[in-house]
Design a protein around this ligand. Structure first.
Ligand SMILES: [Zn+2]
Length: 210
């Protein structure tokens, strides 16, 4: 599946919020948003008009979509799934985004960003219930065991990520982690409350309901 390959921190500037596409680097002055360019890309504007409802909805949608590193077509498909499911569409959408295998590897602390996690998956370093799954959009289910392949455990990037994940205690409750064996389990499906990021998914629902 295709992905965005342009400058990642340009998207931080576009949304005027650190999207963490470069992991913790987005919280340092390596991200232009924290450095010298605290303004959106494009030609400078003298006076910023008040954003229309549509613009507000669009910006929020782009923020959420880009945070998870997926392109519009796939995001639309995921939204359609969320819409078909029982319950609140916005909640469903966030849960489905969280259940992507690349996100799960990231949440488990084995990668410092979703794009790094995506690469681990695509390169065949991740197994689900003992079988290699190299599809980043693979949707995990309750009870599934996710593991970084044992012959890949010496990797420095993974070690660093784990150290950080342990330090900041960032692993969500719906996942159970065995850091020593680079393994984790989906103890239950994620719900909206599990996601601490400041997303207003209702705006996406409004955008797509037009
Ligand atoms: Zn950034």
């Amino acid at each position: 599946m295709a992905r965005y390959t342009g400058p990642r921190c340009k998207l931080c500037r576009r949304e005027m919020t650190p999207l963490m596409l470069k992991g913790q680097r987005c919280l340092t002055d390596k991200c232009p948003l924290k450095g010298k360019r605290k303004f959106p890309p494009g030609p400078p504007r003298k006076r910023r008009a008040k954003m229309s409802d549509y613009a507000v909805q669009l910006r929020e949608k782009q923020k959420i979509r880009r945070s998870y590193g997926i392109l519009e077509s796939q995001f639309r498909l995921l939204f359609a799934d969320a819409n078909r499911m029982k319950g609140v569409t916005g909640d469903n959408m966030m849960s489905l985004l969280e259940r992507r295998l690349d996100n799960v590897v990231y949440r488990m602390g084995f990668a410092s960003s979703r794009s790094q996690a995506r690469q681990f998956v695509q390169h065949g370093h991740v197994t689900v219930n003992g079988m290699i799954v190299d599809i980043p959009s693979f949707r995990v289910k309750e009870g599934m065991e996710i593991q970084i392949k044992p012959n890949y455990t010496g990797n420095v990037m993974i070690e660093d990520s784990i150290k950080l994940a342990k330090a900041v205690d960032s692993v969500p409750e719906w996942l159970e982690i065995d850091f020593e064996n680079r393994r984790g389990k989906v103890v239950r499906l994620p719900v909206r409350q599990d996601i601490t990021a400041n997303f207003n998914e209702q705006l996406v629902v409004e955008l797509y309901s037009k």
